[in-house]
Write a protein that binds this ligand. Structure first.
Ligand SMILES: Nc1nc2c(ncn2[C@@H]2O[C@H](COP(=O)(O)OP(=O)(O)OP(=O)(O)O)[C@@H](O)[C@H]2O)c(=O)[nH]1
Length: 314
């Protein structure tokens, strides 16, 4: 890569600086490298960072009310913004200041007065690194066929969400979803058509799972799983019914199913994580609910309520 080779994907850069002149200069220097947003104080910067989740944040150190170090600390403490790379921009060029910036979690440090070739080179390097990290994370965490998160990523998220919601004493919902008579679908229409069906189902499940913090993953084969933080048992039952309807509304013909179309069976539960419930139990009981849906006729959702979960957890 030469220093001026193009950045491959659209990038988003947030400038946080209380000086409109500095903002204008930086925006001018970087305008062809990405979509630029700016904020002239720390509070507004944090809000934009949360909304936009930029690849890169250029953060001024000396700002009134909330300085750059504090902004950086808060960015790194928030899971939504912690992945954005931060470059400090400051007129303090001492070694102590540089060390402090790096210790705060910044990836680089630019000193004022701004020198265009230096600023561009440093920004380009970070954008490139951030694109490589995103590509790597896609490879590791995504299922190749459907583009959904994979089971590895699900295992990571369910563990961390379980611990987080246990601390906050808030409810965690889980849904297991399995396509009905999928072997017969493959046998009649062929494996490639089977793959297309999996892709359509995956996309519909994803579209029906909209709230922030929720995610759908491919658990394996024709089985999917959804993680649903802050959801009550009544809401999770409604969500499960909504998934069944979303898939039957796709109207994918399946002549070897009693319904004539592709359908899913769903098992759901929601509980406030406690010391008496483990992630393993939550998964096991949701899976039981799914198989209750299979054995009582398919194309339906079964809800496993919290009390049952405790009664069946020995
Ligand atoms: N096309 C395709 N088929 C897959 C993939 N992964 C798993 N399958 C198929 O999914 C089918 C699952 O069959 P079963 O576990 O018997 O379940 P089922 O036929 O859906 O029956 P019920 O779950 O009882 O309704 C098998 O035929 C697998 O080969 C995939 O990536 N692509």
């Amino acid at each position: 890569m030469t220093t001026d080779s193009p950045i491959e994907e659209p990038c988003s850069i947030l400038i946080i600086d209380d000086s409109p002149t500095a903002v204008r200069m930086l925006a001018d220097m970087l305008k062809d490298l990405g979509h630029i947003t700016f904020a002239t104080n720390g509070e507004a910067g944090l809000k934009f960072a949360q909304e936009i989740q930029p690849q890169l944040i250029l953060l001024d150190v000396e700002m009134p009310s909330m300085n750059g170090y504090e902004v950086c600390q808060r960015l790194k403490a928030n899971p939504t913004t912690s992945e954005s790379a931060v470059i400090f921009v400051t007129s303090d060029s001492t070694m102590e200041s540089e060390i402090k910036a790096l210790e705060m979690g910044a990836v680089d440090f630019i000193t004022k007065p701004l020198n265009q070739p230096v600023v561009r080179a440093r920004v380009r390097t970070q954008l490139k690194l951030s694109q490589q990290a995103a590509a790597l994370s896609r490879l590791v965490n995504r299922d190749e066929l459907t583009g959904l998160y994979n089971r590895r990523y699900f295992n990571e998220v369910i563990e961390s969400e379980f611990q987080r919601l246990r601390r906050q004493e808030l409810s965690l919902g889980l849904a297991f979803i399995d396509i009905d008579h999928f072997k017969k679908f493959n046998d009649r229409y062929g494996h490639q058509e089977g793959d297309r069906c999996l892709q359509k189902v995956a996309s519909s499940l994803n579209n029906a799972t909209l709230r922030s913090g929720e995610l759908v993953a491919r658990y394996g084969g024709e089985e999917f799983v959804a993680v649903l933080p802050h959801i009550s048992i009544d809401q999770v039952a409604i969500y499960g019914e909504k998934l069944c309807k979303a898939i039957s509304d796709c109207g994918i013909i399946h002549q070897d199913s009693e319904f004539g179309i592709v359908t899913i069976s769903v098992g759901v539960t929601a509980a406030i994580p406690t010391s008496t419930i483990s992630v393993h139990q939550l998964i096991k009981e949701t899976d039981k609910a799914l198989y209750a849906s299979k054995s009582t006729g398919r194309n339906r959702c079964t809800t496993w309520a919290h009390s049952e979960l405790n009664n069946n957890s020995t």
